[in-house]
Write a protein that binds this ligand. Structure first.
Ligand SMILES: Cc1cc2nc3c(=O)[nH]c(=O)nc-3n(C[C@H](O)[C@H](O)[C@H](O)COP(=O)(O)OP(=O)(O)OC[C@H]3O[C@@H](n4cnc5c(N)ncnc54)[C@H](O)[C@@H]3O)c2cc1C
Length: 511
């Protein structure tokens, strides 16, 4: 079978690897000159910056991809687990390290807020339960609606107990506040919902699984930078004979006789295919690559489900000094998280005292900065592009607000130490990766039947499949790697070779 993949992001790469591993003729069409999409790298003056993802969770999802094509992940990547995972700084001047190990967490909690340890353990058990439910019902499946899920278990007592178990009436905010009475810890754990760029007031409680995924399964870093994951997948594609067309934008997905027939690229060349997998942003796919009355209707009908997740500003700062008081991952929290979330998700303006997330991989990995220096990445989440804020005129002032806060929060001497610098804004994210309104994490996750689910991986159009952060199961490195593998599974099932794959999927479901 000939398979065309639109976009060489992590989801496109994982679908390509999986299908090439089954002997299919796979071609990737990527508009940029690099593979990996948002897992992009910028090098300058001896510094190496991962431009997108920096926190890697659930490495077993990636490992499964390697195993599925008869490879060992450790032959391609050197993954290290970080513990403590984060150092967090609060507006009242206090500081807390998040540990994965129980011993580390007990000692830190005894120092910081001894009365909260029991609450923490109860929360962890709740979060673990949410993870188990997700793993059983939602992960590794091509679901596009609750009907798909309930239908699968045949509607009855089991599905009713599922509906109750996911705590459907509770928001992430309520779930966290129910467990923690210390507002600082509530702020810390609530912040995990930013991994999917959604508001804790609107996101469902089941997303409490995210802290468990990191604390229970580890916070990982591949030596050489997270970009090594994209490079490893590119190498796998090479070994498996995938044809890669970089600097090649797809202009249209060709539909003939009601089924996908190939892609038309910039310049007009047509590449025929039996199957097309779109790793491009779902809204842009329907709007730009499949223009039709039907697509318009889909976008209108599902506008709530397709609302973009948050965007962000990222600074990459090559510094000629070290910051030994910081860890690999750090957070300088805002003074009022409720107001911060309201600005991001309701008022749609950048917050004046933003939470700043820092990745300083040079704390772990000497290869990413010159000796005695630090490669600093600072990410501030912002609303997606909207008329409420003009990034063309407002970006520089916002950059200064971020750098001033970093200096105030313990990075004295930062400004004078910067030897190389780059900033990306929501406008850059939109143009770099062709994502709807600069969204970092695809589409928002909200409670409610119409918006809790993402677009499914199997299109109504025969031969067309979707993979990536804006479709099922959602955004973030592990989820998009899963998404690509699910799309590949759908292709294989639809061509009648899926049984073996399906069993294989179930066998490995516990990651
Ligand atoms: C600043 C930032 C920080 C992040 N931090 C984390 C983190 O710490 N941990 C984590 O797990 N996740 C993080 N994420 C999210 C994570 O990076 C994404 O969820 C994931 O990489 C998305 O992968 P994807 O394959 O869905 O899409 P993308 O990476 O967007 O790939 C899609 C590809 O398709 C290409 N494309 C689009 N349209 C076309 C077309 N018409 N023709 C050809 N090519 C096309 C694009 O150029 C792109 O390369 C972060 C993202 C960003 C931007």
């Amino acid at each position: 079978m000939k398979i065309a993949v639109v976009g060489g992001g992590l989801a496109g790469l994982s679908a390509a690897v999986r299908l090439a591993g089954e002997g299919h003729e796979v071609s990737i069409f990527e508009k940029n000159s690099h593979l990996g999409g948002k897992m992009n790298v910028w090098k300058s003056e001896g510094y190496t910056f991962d431009m997108g993802p920096t926190i890697i969770t659930m490495p077993a999802v990636l490992e499964r991809l390697f195993t599925s094509v008869g490879r060992r992940m450790e032959d391609y990547l050197q993954m290290v687990s970080l513990d403590p995972q984060w150092r967090t700084f609060f507006a009242d001047g206090s500081q807390f390290d998040l540990f994965s190990s129980l011993e580390g967490m007990t000692a830190e909690m005894n120092r910081f807020a001894p009365d909260q340890m029991a609450n923490y353990l109860q929360f962890l058990s709740y979060a673990h339960r949410m993870y188990d439910i997700s793993e059983k019902w939602f992960f590794w499946k091509p679901w596009g609606s609750l009907k798909d899920v309930l239908g699968a278990g045949s509607f009855g007592p089991q599905s009713l107990s599922l509906a109750a178990a996911i705590d459907p009436m509770t928001s992430m905010h309520q779930a966290i506040r129910k467990h923690f009475t210390d507002p600082r810890l509530a702020q810390l754990f609530e912040h995990f919902v930013q991994y999917v760029g959604s508001s804790p007031f609107l996101a469902p409680a089941i997303l409490s699984l995210i802290p468990w995924v990191q604390i229970g399964q580890g916070c990982w870093y591949p030596i050489g930078g997270t970009g090594s994951i994209a490079r490893a997948l590119g190498k796998l594609c090479d070994e498996l004979g995938v044809e890669v067309h970089t600097d090649t934008a797809v202009e249209k997905i060709e539909i003939r006789g009601g089924r996908a027939a190939g892609v038309v690229v910039e310049g007009g060349s047509f590449y025929d295919a039996d199957v097309v997998i779109a790793n491009s942003d779902i809204v842009r796919t329907f709007r730009d690559l499949l223009p039709s009355e039907e697509s318009e209707q889909y976008l209108r009908k599902h506008s709530a489900q397709l609302e973009p997740a948050c965007s962000g500003v990222v600074l990459y700062l090559g510094c000629s000094k070290r910051f030994p008081n910081l860890l690999h991952h750090d957070f300088f929290f805002s003074s009022n998280s409720d107001e911060e979330f309201r600005d991001l998700y309701e008022r749609r303006i950048p917050h004046a005292d933003p939470t700043i997330y820092l990745a300083i991989p040079s704390r772990t990995d000497p290869t990413v900065a010159p000796q005695g220096c630090e490669a600093v990445y600072a990410l501030v989440h912002t609303p997606y592009i909207s008329p409420e804020f003009d990034w063309k005129t407002g970006a520089q002032t916002y950059r200064d607000i971020i750098v001033d806060k970093m200096e105030r929060c313990g990075m004295a001497g930062l400004k004078e130490s910067i030897v190389t610098e780059r900033m990306i804004t929501p406008l850059d994210l939109e143009s770099l990766y062709w994502v709807n309104k600069g969204a970092i994490y695809g589409v928002v996750t909200k409670r409610g039947l119409t918006s809790a689910f993402k677009t499914g991986n199997r299109s109504k159009t025969k031969g067309l499949y979707f993979a990536g952060g804006s479709v099922n199961p959602g955004a973030g490195v592990p989820m998009v790697l899963m998404s690509g593998q699910i799309a590949a599974q759908c292709v294989l099932e639809d061509m009648g070779t899926g049984d073996r794959i399906k069993n294989n999927m179930n066998q490995n479901a516990r990651v």
